[in-house]
Design a protein around this ligand. Structure first.
Ligand code: ACO
Length: 242
């Protein structure tokens, strides 16, 4: 999905993490404006970066809803407010004459759920959930969805930055930052650090179910009384505690 503004400047990584603050990781604009607003409780006067990010989230959220045949988007700026939700945005940095385009979205979050295991025993849990997942129609079935999913699951990331992006990284609390030829490699902090079987999936589409079976061998569904889907193995740690 293309935008009039420079997506690469707003979202400089291949996969960019966004939370309710609407400040992307590695944001390279003026943070003082954002800090001032936060410390003065100003939430109704978003910065340009927040306005642009808002546009990306709302447009991608609507495209995802259309792709799933939903009336209302699962992902929007408004819905991100006051939540622990994390949105991962996948960017094609080369697209749109070098301005970049947003090609994928994955949203996670924790939910209080009343759940049943295979024996009918019930649990009150707050698992990490997959709430929304979308890859642009022109890019589906090329492995991009799994790149996004793998990133979300992982503990550490190795990120390659071109020289010109490095300036904005100086203040980062990096685990490690080292030169690799002309690029800079950064090993950054963990994402969800979770096994695929431990995630609850909010109303998965047929495509997503096929995706989980293909990439993670998840096919044995444990029926629930709500719209969430979990697979065999989800309750294994719970049972050890009993
Ligand atoms: N029909 C059947 N299976 C599909 C399809 C399709 N049209 N598209 C993807 N898949 C599954 C298949 O298992 C496929 O493997 P195959 O091509 O060998 O059959 C596999 O996904 C491909 O994996 P990736 O290329 O890594 O995945 P992709 O980039 O296509 O992203 C996604 C997967 C996000 C589900 C994408 O297809 C999409 O956006 N679909 C429309 C929106 C959607 O259904 N989102 C999930 C909603 S549910 C939720 O968010 C909780």
């Amino acid at each position: 999905m293309e935008f009039k503004f420079n997506v690469n400047k707003l979202l400089p990584r291949k996969i960019n993490k966004v939370t309710h603050t609407l400040i992307p990781e590695d944001f390279r604009g003026d943070r003082r404006e954002l800090k001032f607003q936060r410390s003065h409780g100003i939430h109704n006067n978003p910065s340009e970066c927040q306005r642009q990010l808002s546009r990306v989230l709302d447009d991608m959220g609507e495209a995802s809803a259309r792709a799933q045949g939903l009336n209302k988007p699962i992902t929007s700026t408004l819905k991100l407010r006051d939540t622990d939700h994390v949105v991962y945005l996948l960017v094609d940095n080369e697209a749109n004459n070098g301005l970049g385009s947003v090609v994928g979205l994955l949203k996670t979050g924790s939910k209080n759920l009343f759940m049943f295991d295979e024996t009918g025993a019930h649990y009150q849990l707050k698992p990490r959930c997959i709430l929304d997942f979308y890859v642009h129609e022109s890019r589906q079935r090329m492995g991009l969805g799994n790149i996004l999913y793998q990133h979300m699951l992982s503990k550490w990331h190795r990120i390659l930055y071109s020289g010109k992006l490095v300036d904005g990284l100086k203040e980062e609390r990096d685990k490690r930052l080292l030169h690799v030829g002309f690029a800079i490699e950064k090993v950054t902090r963990k994402e969800e650090d979770i096994r695929p079987v431990k995630l609850a999936i909010d109303r998965p589409s047929e495509k997503f179910l096929a995706f989980l079976d293909k990439h993670y061998g998840l096919s044995k569904i444990i029926p629930q009384n709500n719209k969430f889907v979990v697979f065999q193995g989800f309750f294994d740690d719970e049972r050890q505690d009993v």
